[in-house]
Design a protein around this ligand. Structure first.
Ligand code: ATP
Length: 328
């Protein structure tokens, strides 16, 4: 099994005047070649810090320890120059709010030309033939190249961004909240397109970040659930969405409106409380303040990642007890 990305005990903190915000705190996971890993969790759990940190570690982000190896090379210790060579080509990101990144004063063609020139690529006719081929793939007419971004709809812009971010066929694409500003049918289209990009080998693998765990049913092979800067549970999509073991994953999945129940009729079971402040946060399970199953050990010791199978990991002291109670 070829691992495109291997993250081990990664810690990325924000340095602030009051201390460290422990946004990524001892996070480990991997992504196999050809795989789409969904990352979900509430706002502030560290999803974007993880995605952005893999691409560009910039202040106040501080790399503390651990590793994130892309094809065996630890991204965390690369120089700025080395990272610039890899970015866009080997690892690429569609950042949150990417749609706002287009310049209003540049036509799309000029925007693309300037971008690729920064990465040492000559935007000649041959290059634009490839761009047009990719545009056809996402059902965009090549005339969009001569338009300004304001002339494109939200869905068109998102498709344009998918094309641009994958132009150099990166091994790993990080898609951060790419569906959150879209209506349901555009969401589905974007997911289908990204899967197609993977199936065609344009990208090898992908991290798909979202606050909406339900979307992952359409796109992810495996899912990593994060809570307050740490991993709560990782498993294949079927397990996470239909047989989760961590109480946080269970609460998150229970809050998904079921498709056979009309939204208004379904009383959503929201998770009471809010995530903890990550500033100088200490030991103990970070979910304990909201967890109905928390016990003494949860207050003092951070749960270790336990391997239920090679593809299913969980960080909860009490998952077996919870399972026993649920089965009673
Ligand atoms: N520049 C910063 N300085 C200090 N703390 C920050 C900074 N950016 C983010 N944080 C904190 O880091 C933690 C993780 O934030 P992050 O944006 O990665 O979460 P997220 O899951 O992507 O949330 P969202 O979906 O709202 O972007 C949060 O506690 C957040 O307040």
């Amino acid at each position: 099994m070829e691992k495109v990305l291997e993250v081990n005990n990664l810690k990325i903190y924000y340095k602030t005047l009051k201390g460290y915000v422990k946004a990524i705190d001892n996070v480990s996971f991997y992504i196999k070649s050809g795989e789409i890993l969904g990352i979900a969790g509430e706002s502030g759990c560290g999803k974007s810090t993880l995605g952005n940190g893999l691409i560009l570690l910039k202040p106040p982000m501080n790399y503390i320890s651990g590793e994130a190896k892309l094809n065996g090379i630890n991204l965390m210790t690369l120089s700025k120059k080395e990272m610039r060579r890899i970015r866009f080509k080997d690892i690429s990101i569609i950042p949150q709010y990417a749609m706002d990144a287009f310049s209003p004063t540049k036509k799309i063609k000029k925007f693309i030309s300037d971008l690729v020139k920064e990465h040492g690529i000559n935007p000649d006719n041959k290059f634009f033939e490839k761009v047009k081929e990719r545009l056809r793939l996402v059902n965009l007419d090549e005339s969009v190249l001569n338009k300004y971004s304001v002339e494109l709809s939200g869905g068109m812009k998102q498709r344009m961004i998918m094309v641009i971010s994958t132009l150099l066929d990166p091994d790993l694409l990080i898609a951060d909240e790419v569906t959150s500003a879209l209506d349901v049918s555009s969401q589905r289209y974007v997911c289908d397109m990204l899967v197609k990009f993977r199936d065609l080998g344009i990208i090898k693998s992908m991290i798909f970040i979202t606050h909406d765990v339900a979307v992952l049913n359409q796109i992810a092979d495996r899912i990593m659930i994060m809570y307050a800067g740490q991993v709560a549970e990782i498993g294949d999509t079927e397990t996470i969405l239909h047989n989760p073991k961590h109480p946080y994953t269970q609460a998150l999945v229970n809050s998904i409106p079921k498709s056979n129940i009309r939204y208004k009729e379904k009383k959503l079971t929201s998770i009471e409380g809010t995530p903890p402040n990550l500033l100088n946060i200490g030991e103990g399970c970070r979910f304990r303040f909201r967890c109905p199953y928390a016990t003494e050990i949860c207050k003092t010791k951070t749960p270790k990642i336990e391997e239920l199978s090679s593809d299913h990991q969980i960080a909860c002291w009490n998952w077996k007890k919870i399972e026993g109670e649920n089965n009673e």
